[in-house]
Ligand binder design. Sequence first.
Ligand SMILES: NC(=O)c1ccc[n+]([C@@H]2O[C@H](COP(=O)([O-])OP(=O)(O)OC[C@H]3O[C@@H](n4cnc5c(N)ncnc54)[C@H](OP(=O)(O)O)[C@@H]3O)[C@@H](O)[C@H]2O)c1
Length: 281
Amino acid sequence: MSEDNSRNSQGQAPETPDQRLRTALLADKVVVVSGVGPGLGRSVCLEAAAAGAKVVLAARTESRLKEVAAEIEAMGGTTLCVPTDITDDAAVRNLVERTLAEFGRVDALINNAFAVPSMKPFARTDFKQITDSLELTVLGNLRMTQAFTDALAETKGAVVMVNSAVLRHSEPRYGSYKVAKSALLAMSQTLATELGEKGIRVNTVAPGYIHTDQLKWYFGEVAKKYGITAEQVYQTTAAKSDLKRLPEPDEIANSVIFLASPWANAITGQTLDVNCGEYHV
Ligand SMILES: NC(=O)c1ccc[n+]([C@@H]2O[C@H](COP(=O)([O-])OP(=O)(O)OC[C@H]3O[C@@H](n4cnc5c(N)ncnc54)[C@H](OP(=O)(O)O)[C@@H]3O)[C@@H](O)[C@H]2O)c1
């Protein structure tokens, strides 16, 4: 990208610093996003594409992958959709093969997959619910990271694990989720140590609330139950944070993009809490 600030040959105004940044941050990079759903997964894909990356979309529901890919292609981006269950060895191998066949490289792997965990107290949580959660969050993300290690070593690439602010509290009923996400953090830190000698960085983003459509629906339900407005539920929830608001999905996604990008080249083994200041660590 030219550093010349004069008008270009078509007489167009120079790009603003923000446009330059967003074009350059992941220009020519290939980013694999696993667990593309309607919430954060979609936002990570869109922000990665806006930052210049070619995006590989992976989750089990092909129709959703195609919907998100269509949004990216409409803005001029490049995508590859590979329906993938990250708990399945063969499916993950297929994802690696399809990615390398299409783009020949991988610069970043974003592990975002999520399934609603048991929200019962431990006394009423059966072991199957806990093992399912570990199977997805810990072993699924480990399988993905193992499978992409050789490709990431070639590019000295990055892994970003999407974790949760459940790391920061011990509220009742979150036990199963907390066990899985705590194990994910422990695994991420060890992976940072082990993969560091290959030049691969492994970092974590821990979102608190994310102001997704799902959360908006939930606030609506709470509002109906207590005879108040959804806006009042939002304000009461947001009051616990320093900024008195909840992060939007694209704000969490931008933190993920930062850690995946060369701007974070000296950062590994770290956790970035993105919660408008709800918790200080
Ligand atoms: N939402 C929040 O408020 C919140 C708060 C803190 C942290 N987080 C974290 O943020 C991340 C994203 O959460 P989100 O709610 O926004 O989810 P999302 O991105 O909307 O969707 C995640 C997707 O993961 C996919 N997935 C589940 N099991 C999978 C499997 N076995 N293989 C491949 N993909 C699988 C599901 O799609 P398929 O069913 O199509 O596979 C699901 O749609 C999660 O790691 C979550 O823990 C979320």
